[in-house]
Ligand binder design. Sequence first.
Ligand code: ATP
Ligand code: MG
Length: 632
Amino acid sequence: MGALQDFHRRSIHERDAFWTEQSKLIHWNKPFAQVLDYSRPPFARWFVGGETNLCHNAIDRHLEARAGQKALVWISTEVDKTVEYTYGQLHAEVQRTAAMMQSLGVGRGDRVIIYMPMIPEAAFAMLACARIGAIHSVVFGGFAAASLAARIDDARPKLMITADGGSRMGKAVLYKSLVDESIKLAKFPPGKVLIFKRGLDARMPVVAGRDVDWAELAPKHLGAQVPCAWLESNEPSYILYTSGTTGRPKGVQRDVGGHAVSLAASMKYIYCGNAGETMFTTSDIGWVVGHSYIIYAPLIAGMTTIMYEGVPIRPDAGVWWKIVQDYKVSVMFSAPTAIRVLKKHDPAYLKKYDVSSLRHLFLAGEPLDEPTHVWIQTELGRPVIDHYWQTESGWPILSAMPGVEKTHVKFGSPSFPCYGYDLKLLREADASDAGPDEKAVVVVVPPLPPGNLATVWGDDERFVKTYFNTFSKKLVYATFDWGIRDKDGYYFILGRTDDVINVAGHRLGTREIEEAVNMHSNIAECAVVGVADALKGQMPLAFAVAKDPSRLGTPEGRKAFEKEIMDTVDKQLGAIGRPKAVHFVTLLPKTRSGKTLRRAIQALAEGRDPGDLTTIEDPGALQQLKSALAGG
Ligand code: ATP
Ligand code: MG
């Protein structure tokens, strides 16, 4: 591991030289005067005085060499359509969209909320904002009106861009009417709403004077030429709200220069994506993964990016691998939750297509349990890399970095701290450094590297209080995740700091128990929460989804299965981690981004109100949970 260690050491100890080198991966209209201004900890300002533009780096810069190369390929299995845009065409579309936005009064520093399905116009809108220095805030198209209204009031947009509807599993989902509802709830509504009609909502209401039809405005700006606004490196590029798994979402504010540099560097050292190749990220533009790795990073790297509207199992569970084959995808990025969905289907789909173009499959967003990691790597026959990061970081915190050095990947581990992160594991009690294999809080010693959140939008105080106040003795950025580092230096994430169960004084992470349950060969996925127990303080309670549910038909079958799971946990963790009971369901309550809503499960299990559930993927999961708890 010599090269990687050296690379990381240099990024921390020769910070300015290291990032000056990385800054050359992008174009600067005006060079920066200072690599880092850290005069006001914990606020870090990168590449001070430099002027650049994200859209220029993503599009214009490539025109000379690759105007005819595909930039964006949109594939929708929802409306059965594929549309390809070259860099030249994307350039024209984005300029036109920028001109349309300007005609609606949007200028530098104004906020634009984008509430759209996965269609090319959403990408045009994001890049158009970047082009003219407007600040986009993309809100995931699954959020309810109240969640959207809260984001409107926080960001106070001049314009909202939406579509009449999206489509999920072949069913229309109405976007515009939800936007109307959210605007009624909001205190600071936008003056204009721009709507791209897909013909999915024939009865879409129109508010005169406020609503603008994309199709009517666009022809007026055909052939528009809108130059890139050169922005100071630290001007905001966008606001993105965190998933809200643990509470009120935080408006992550990203800069321009640090963001562009960090993404360009990540494509080189982590993802190994080269100009002219294709990247396929299966996320949604409403999440940070979509911002960074559907839109900005692959384009900055001169790649072709694939934007996919649809689910991984329609028309069948081979659809993603067919895309890999057809477009010779070299870098793919997905989430463990999607892989677990595929795991419930015939593995033959993974063998049906030629995926040999794939250099790596990267996964992030939640813990990747060892059996799933083993399964996907074996079936796919390509290296699968688990990596860990957050909305706040914008790019990976922990990962293998095959572009620096090829290291052995340990199943269940997101490998090592990425360059730029001075990562530490601190003991909760006294902020001292934890030893090998000792569970502790994952923190970053500031300054945070380029690309990380600059602050919480409009609330510097919340930024400091939320992220830097965990330890009174040390100013560190808390990730709110538990982790351990083994003797070889590999990290393992053990779940969130608020997902801890205290069984008779023993503190166990829910992730550890879930890992143990997952070791049973007939478990597709599970969730473990702690519930109050008169004797032990708390006890783990497991909810499990069986791969093959045939044994669950009889009470005896169920009991035997439950016993086997408990034995598996005993063997893996010891009896201390053994769940009080295992409830079988076919679905777990998850956020729209695939994260298990443990807080809600725990509340239900303890007979409390589960609280705000607007981010839930499928409310049917709660019903199952309730009846399982009631013994049904
Ligand atoms: P909020 O902060 O509003 O509660 P959130 O934390 O769910 O929302 P994200 O920023 O989307 O919002 O998620 C980041 C979190 O996801 C990490 O802090 C971690 O808990 C989890 N995570 C991401 N990648 C991994 C991974 N590879 N292994 C384990 N956990 C991961
Ligand atoms: Mg978080």
